[in-house]
Design a binder for this molecule. Structure first.
Ligand code: FMN
Length: 330
């Protein structure tokens, strides 16, 4: 598996991504994937969290499988849960290429994809036909061209469509690559969104947990307000964090000036700080930690900082499925 990974690293990032996932899917279909899993994932720490049973605390972060095209293959790698999306009501192409940049030396990625996805109906088909039996979250967002009430409506459309086919839903307000999306962190905008979500939960009789995924670039005062709004709503927990627009700790001069959201090693400290801060302010808030996990030590750090579950994206791209074994193996 690692041999292929090294070869794929020679390709442009988006091509490498789709080749890797397609290869996983082929191996899965040929029933060969299980032979690449060299750790026993049956004994590990099964936990109950937010009313769901997870076979372990490690999952995929949103963006890895935006359309749910690879659910069964990813599900066989040993993860305790998968999060698919971000999906929007209407399919969209995202920003122009190139829009993903890998920096292997600094174990980091910058992306400005802009929610490229095949739309919620495509994802729904994949959710319905999945064989994967583990916990599956769906991350939802708004289309680039939607603004004002339509933007809020986009979340409601996705909530209504996916809630019967997912174990949990994530409301993503934190991508830096959809213009003005992060404005939804402000008190007035978030209150309005949450109000509508509360109403949708009643109207559509939604009985699965809903999480809010936040940006690492918010100040603590803003996080205080977010916590307050979440605590008094139907949203049960927070996913911290998405990518950052702060490139100050990148060493490479060329990489530093690329527009987009930064993930991986260079995000670890800031995203973990935000996680600890939320934990310190709201001890009982269900928390999913994400950002910069590239080793078992990073994983433990996030747990020690208050995360109940952990997600990975960049670490998985850079280290491949071996990272799952590093984190979960004996
Ligand atoms: C190429 C790429 C695409 C991403 N797409 C999404 C997305 O669609 N929705 C989302 O909520 N987060 C998305 N993310 C953010 C990740 O889910 C995660 O929050 C972030 O990368 C930090 O974790 P990491 O350091 O383990 O990558 C994306 C990240 C990358 C690198």
């Amino acid at each position: 598996m690692n041999y292929f990974l090294q070869l794929f690293k020679l390709l442009p990032p988006e091509l490498a991504h789709s080749f890797s996932l397609k290869s996983l899917k082929i191996l899965y279909k040929l029933r060969l994937l299980k032979y690449f899993i060299t750790f026993d994932d049956n004994h590990i720490d099964e936990i109950e969290f937010a009313g769901m049973i997870f076979k372990n605390r490690l999952g995929t972060a949103a963006g890895l499988d935006k359309n749910g095209d690879y659910i069964d293959a990813l599900g066989e790698l040993g993860f305790g849960f998968l999060e698919v999306g971000t999906v929007t009501p209407v399919p969209q192409d995202g920003n122009t290429k190139p829009r993903v940049f890998r920096n292997y030396k600094e174990n980091s990625i910058i992306n400005r994809l802009g929610f490229n996805n095949k739309g919620v109906d495509h994802l729904l088909k994949n959710l319905k036909k999945r064989k994967y039996k583990g916990i599956l979250g769906v991350n939802i967002g708004a289309n680039k061209d939607s603004s004002g009430n339509q933007r809020i409506n986009d979340y409601l459309i996705c909530l209504e469509k996916v809630n019967k086919y997912a174990d949990y839903i994530t409301i993503n307000i934190s991508s830096p690559n959809t213009p003005n999306l992060r404005d939804l962190h402000s008190e007035a905008n978030l209150a309005k969104l949450i109000n509508e979500v509360d109403r949708a939960v009643e109207d559509f009789k939604i009985n699965i947990p809903i999480f809010l995924k936040i940006s690492p670039d918010e100040k603590n005062e803003s996080i205080d307000l977010i916590i307050k709004l979440v605590e008094s709503s139907s949203i049960i927990g927070i996913i911290a964090t998405n990518t950052t627009i702060d490139k100050s700790n990148i060493l490479s001069k060329e990489f530093k000036v690329i527009d987009g959201g930064l993930s991986g090693e260079k995000l670890m400290d800031e995203s973990t700080k935000k996680l600890s801060y939320i934990k310190s302010k709201s001890q009982n808030m269900p928390l999913i930690g994400v950002g910069g996990v590239l080793s078992r030590e990073d994983f433990k750090k996030k747990i020690d900082s208050g995360a109940d579950l952990i997600q990975i994206y960049t670490g998985f791209i850079i280290k491949g499925p071996d990272l799952i074994k590093d984190i979960l193996g004996n």
